[in-house]
Design a protein around this ligand. Structure first.
Ligand SMILES: [Mn+2]
Length: 487
């Protein structure tokens, strides 16, 4: 046995294991794959003898002994793994006092010890019961999701003819990329025997979304009953049920539903339903299928999916989950980086530029509240884009931008004032006359024009009705006073 007790303490050792019961022994076994620079310390003389017989480096010491580290080389990492609660705590203190920069990983024997060991300076505290519980749950989740992927694959494998994939109304990158990925899975499962058609309703408004569809050359068709009738199978992506934010009839027969929204209608009779509200994007679910099923991901599909995850999670800043990051990391090397950057910075259309210009010109600011009337717009996506722009102006805490389309008055709000929940205010102000709500920092409202949609001059109509409409909002936020009319 080489001498583990050199004179000075200038000598170094990579790992010291304190306590070599079953956990310690397994850690040693794992570390041996990397290095033999390991010293084991245990209080049990018999055990140390056995270890020495097996050619391990080991010495006997008491973990509670203040001289525990005396004469030993300086360790890079110490694992404190005995089943003696007090011994572990004492050892962590002794090591950290002597070698503050040595990494110490300690085993807690009960939940209280977790805190005590951390206080004593342990860099990592493991509570094995918890580690096992977490790992057990993780495994079952993974098993369940890979079973889902397999089930979908087997279902698709039995199909032929045409699969119609329906995205939600005014489809976004999450919805569109999910449709592309489902098509890839179907093609793989049927050996190319199935034809996919991607349907949408509404419009693809936001210029980034248009750039997305154009640059990735995605073929999409406007949905109609005739086209649907030509499809043997129908799938719905990024919407929870037929008739909810999509153009399908509520009682339409759907074969596959894949979504991540909360408002799911579980009474669906589809052959396959996978709704996972925990995930930030349907594109994450689709990426997982491709990964689990080991289906090669084409560049444009990977690029679309990554953009879909990023867009739905606002670059991982909302409704996001570590899995979304995991799937994004899987996709990243498969994507077309240049294309991705062209999608995210599309050249702005003339109409959008004009609208943003109007929004800035027509702004009125009062007590940190900005109001802007952008008048008639063909594309209602221009309203939130203007709100995004105006909230960045100096002195503005809350921005409310409104405009009118052929069918509705659209209001979009952005808020930086932490005392204000703009989603609640919008809901209270406009919920009775339209659809309204949102988050603390961003919200929207849509007030249908109903019979007034027949009025030709929409700008004039908006001018006539907007004051009474805004009154309640102003009252709620406390800016109604003498010059309200000015706004
Ligand atoms: Mn989505």
């Amino acid at each position: 046995m080489p001498d583990p007790l050199p004179n000075g303490s200038s000598q170094k050792i990579k790992y010291i294991i304190l306590g070599c019961g079953s956990i310690g022994y397994n850690v040693v076994d794992e570390l041996l794959k990397e290095t033999e620079d390991i010293l084991i310390i245990d209080h049990d003389e018999k055990r140390v003898e056995d270890l020495l017989d097996q050619k391990y480096e080991a010495i006997t010491r008491d973990l509670k002994d203040p001289a525990l580290m005396e004469g030993l080389p300086v360790p890079g990492v110490v694992f404190v793994l005995s089943n003696d609660k007090e011994g572990n705590l004492a050892a962590v203190k002794t090591i950290k006092e002597r070698y503050p920069s040595t990494y110490v990983i300690a085993r807690a024997l009960d939940p209280v010890s977790v805190g005590l060991l951390e206080q004593a300076g342990a860099d990592i505290v493991l509570y094995p019961q918890e580690v096992i519980a977490r790992s057990a749950v993780h495994h079952i989740r993974k098993l369940r999701s890979s079973r889902m992927a397999r089930r979908l694959y087997n279902l698709l494998a039995g199909w032929s003819g045409t699969l119609g994939i329906v995205t939600h109304t005014n489809p976004d990158p999450d919805s569109i990329s999910s449709a592309m990925a489902l098509c890839a899975v179907a093609k793989d499962a049927t050996d190319g025997k199935i034809t996919c058609r991607i349907f949408y309703d509404g419009n693809i408004g936001h210029q980034e979304n248009r750039a997305f569809v154009n640059l990735l050359d995605i073929k999409m068709e406007r949905i109609n009953a005739e086209a649907l009738a030509e499809c043997e199978h129908i799938a719905l992506v990024d919407a929870p049920a037929p008739g909810i934010n999509n153009a399908l009839e509520k009682d339409a027969r759907i074969n596959v539903i894949i979504d991540h929204h909360h408002n799911g209608d579980s009474a669906s009779n589809a052959d396959f339903v996978d709704i996972r509200p925990g995930l930030g994007a349907t594109a994450s679910i689709m990426t997982q299928y491709l990964q689990e099923l080991d289906i090669p991901v084409e560049k444009n599909v990977a690029t679309a999916l990554l953009y879909g995850i990023r867009a739905d999670t606002r670059d991982f800043s909302r409704n996001t989950n570590p899995s979304d990051l995991h799937f994004a990391a899987f996709l990243l090397p498969l994507t077309d980086a240049e294309l991705l950057s062209r999608i995210t910075s599309p050249s702005m259309g003339q109409e959008t530029l004009d609208i943003l210009g109007n929004a800035i010109r027509n702004r009125k600011i009062k007590n940190g509240y900005l109001f802007s009337n952008i008048g008639y717009v063909r594309n209602r996506d221009a309203v939130p884009q203007a709100a995004d722009l105006l909230i960045n102006l100096e002195g503005v805490n809350t921005a409310l931008v409104y405009g009118i389309t052929d069918a509705a008055i659209t209001l979009s709000a952005r808020n930086k004032d932490i005392r204000l929940h703009i989603g609640n205010v919008m809901h209270e102000a406009f919920g009775e006359i339209g659809e309204a709500g949102g988050h603390a920092t961003m919200a929207a409202a849509i007030i249908p024009l109903t019979i007034f949609s027949m009025v030709k001059n929409k700008d004039e109509l908006l001018g006539l009705v907007i004051d009474p409409i805004l009154k309640k909002f102003m009252k709620l936020v406390g800016v109604e006073d003498e010059d309200t009319n000015e706004i």
